[in-house]
Design a binder for this molecule. Sequence first.
Ligand SMILES: *[C@@H]1O[C@H](CO)[C@@H](O)[C@H](O)[C@H]1NC(C)=O
Ligand SMILES: *[C@@H]1O[C@H](CO)[C@@H](O)[C@H](O)[C@H]1NC(C)=O
Ligand SMILES: *[C@@H]1O[C@H](CO)[C@@H](O)[C@H](O)[C@H]1NC(C)=O
Ligand SMILES: *[C@@H]1O[C@H](CO)[C@@H](O)[C@H](O)[C@H]1NC(C)=O
Ligand SMILES: *[C@@H]1O[C@H](CO)[C@@H](O)[C@H](O)[C@H]1NC(C)=O
Length: 494
Amino acid sequence: MDEDSIDKFTSPSVYDNDGNEKTPLYAKNDNEKATLKLIISFCMVFCIGILIMLLIHVHYGSPQLVPHGNVASDNAQCSQYGIDILKMGGNAVDAAITTAFCNSVAFLHLSGLGGNGVMTIYDHRTGVGNIIDFRATYSSHFSIGIPGFVAGLFYSHEKYGLLPWKTLVEPSITLAKTGITVTKSLTEAINQNSIKSVRDENLRNWLDLVSTTIPGYKVVAPDGLINSLSLISSYGSIEFYKKMSEELIHVLKPNDVTSYKPLILPVLKQHFMNYTVITSNEGTGGPILMDILKQINNTSDDISLVNCFKDLNDDWYENSGLQISTTDVFDRYVTVISSLGSVFGSHILTNSGYILNNVLDLCHNHDESNQNNRVSSLYLPLIVVESEKICGRRLISGSADVRDGAQILMSMLTTDPQDILSINTIPRFRIKLNDIAIEYPQNFSKKTKELFERSGYNISIATLPYPTSNVVQKVEDKSVAFSDSRGSGQSITI
Ligand SMILES: *[C@@H]1O[C@H](CO)[C@@H](O)[C@H](O)[C@H]1NC(C)=O
Ligand SMILES: *[C@@H]1O[C@H](CO)[C@@H](O)[C@H](O)[C@H]1NC(C)=O
Ligand SMILES: *[C@@H]1O[C@H](CO)[C@@H](O)[C@H](O)[C@H]1NC(C)=O
Ligand SMILES: *[C@@H]1O[C@H](CO)[C@@H](O)[C@H](O)[C@H]1NC(C)=O
Ligand SMILES: *[C@@H]1O[C@H](CO)[C@@H](O)[C@H](O)[C@H]1NC(C)=O
C-alpha cells in the first residue's frame, strides 16, 4: 500500500464512520452546503460557457477545428459546394459527388447526366483503392452509349457516402436555377462547333441563347434540367433511368437503360521511379499508361513520351471531359473523370435538359456481345504516392485522355514538391500518331518545335478549349491544391 491509499482509509473528510466513501456532495452543515452550492453553480456556468465558446469556434472559428480537406475543380462555385459538404461532415466521396453534379450544370458541354466516367477512391491509411466504373454500355444506337453518370454517382454514395443523397444533389439545383455562366470554355466550345451545323433543335435553340449572352453573364439552363436534377435528388437514380428509358425509347433500348449498373473494380497499381502509381483498369487509359511507364527512357524528355505513344500506333480520337480531385480528414483521396465523349457529345440535347454522349464514336474496338461490356475510353485517373513513405508525397489528379494525363504525370514527378504550382504553366500538346497539336503556340519553345519536326512530327495548333486537369499534392500534413490555369476553376483547401 502506498501512502495515498493509506490516507484514503484514515482521512475523516473522505470516509464516514462506517468506512463508506462520502458522496461528492456530502456536506456536514449549512455553511458548507452553501459553499458547495456556490462551487457547483460556478462549475456549471463555467462548463456551459466553454461549451458555447466551442460551438462558436466550430462554426466561425479558425479552420483548425474544421475537418481538413481539398477540392480542386474547373469551377470556383462547384469547388465551394464541395468544400461546404466537407464542412458539413461529408467525406471526399460526398464532396466529389456534389462537385461533379455542379459541373454537370456549369459545364454541360463537357460532362453531365447523359455522360459517363470513372471515380477512383483511395484510402491512404489502408492502401486500398477501388474504381467505380460508370462508363457507358452498348445499346441500339451506333454512337450513343447508355449514360452511366447518375448511376455511378448514386452507387458511390451508397457505398461510401456519409451525408444524405439529397444534400449532395441540391447545390446543383440551386446553380441551375440561377442560370449557367457563359464561360470561356463554353464560348470556345461553340467556336469549335458551328451552331448552324447543329441539327438538334433543342441544342441549337439553347446555343442561340448562349451566343446572344455576353461572356461572363448567365444564360438560363436548358428546359428540363432543373426538373431532372430535382427528380434525381428526390428519388435517386432508378426513377431517372426509368424516365430516360421512356423519353429515349427511339434512341436507346429501354431495357438497356433501366438495367444499367456501374461496376466496382480494384485499382491498377505499378511502381515507377520512387512512387506507386494508382489508376483504373482495362478499357481505360490506365493500362496504356502502365505500358508506357515500362518503356519510357527519359522522363524529362517530351520526345521520349511522344515516341512511346507513336509506338502504340493507335489513331485515337481525343477524349474530352472534366476532372475533379478531393481529399478529406480520413486521408481518402478521390479523383473523378466525367465526360460526354467529345465536346458537346452527340450534339443532342434531350427534353430533360442534358446532352447525350457520343462515346461510341471515339472507340475503335467495339465489343457489343455483352450488355455489361463498357465502351472503352482513354480516361486516366491518377493517384500517385511515394512508395515506402506513408507521409511522403501524394498526388491526386487525372485526365479524360491518357495522352494528356501522361504529360501531367511526368511534369509532376520531375518537379520538386515545393515547385508543384509551376506545372500549371507548362504547355501540353495533343498527340495523334505523327501529329502534335501544341497549346499556347506563341509560348512554345522554338527548340522543342524543331526537335519534334526533326523527329518527323507534324506540328499544328491545338483546338480550344484545352483539356484541364486539377491537382492536389500532400506532403506530410500539408496540402497544396490548384485548378488548371487553362480553365476558369479554383481550388479550396480547408
Ligand atoms: C529514390 O529515392 C532514393 C532514396 O531516397 C534516392 O536516392 C533516389 O534518387 C530516388 N530515385 C528517384 C528516381 O527519384
Ligand atoms: C533527358 O532529357 C533531357 C531533356 O531533353 C536532357 O537534358 C537529358 O540529357 C536527357 N537524359 C538522358 C539520360 O538522355
Ligand atoms: C528506350 O530504350 C531502349 C533501349 O535503349 C529502346 O529499345 C527503346 O526503344 C527506347 N524506348 C523509347 C520509347 O524510346
Ligand atoms: C505565355 O507567355 C506570356 C508572355 O511571355 C506569359 O505572360 C504567359 O503567362 C504565358 N502563358 C503560359 C500558359 O505559359
Ligand atoms: C500536318 O498537319 C496539318 C494540320 O493538321 C495537315 O493539314 C497536314 O496535311 C499535315 N501534314 C502532313 C504531312 O501530315
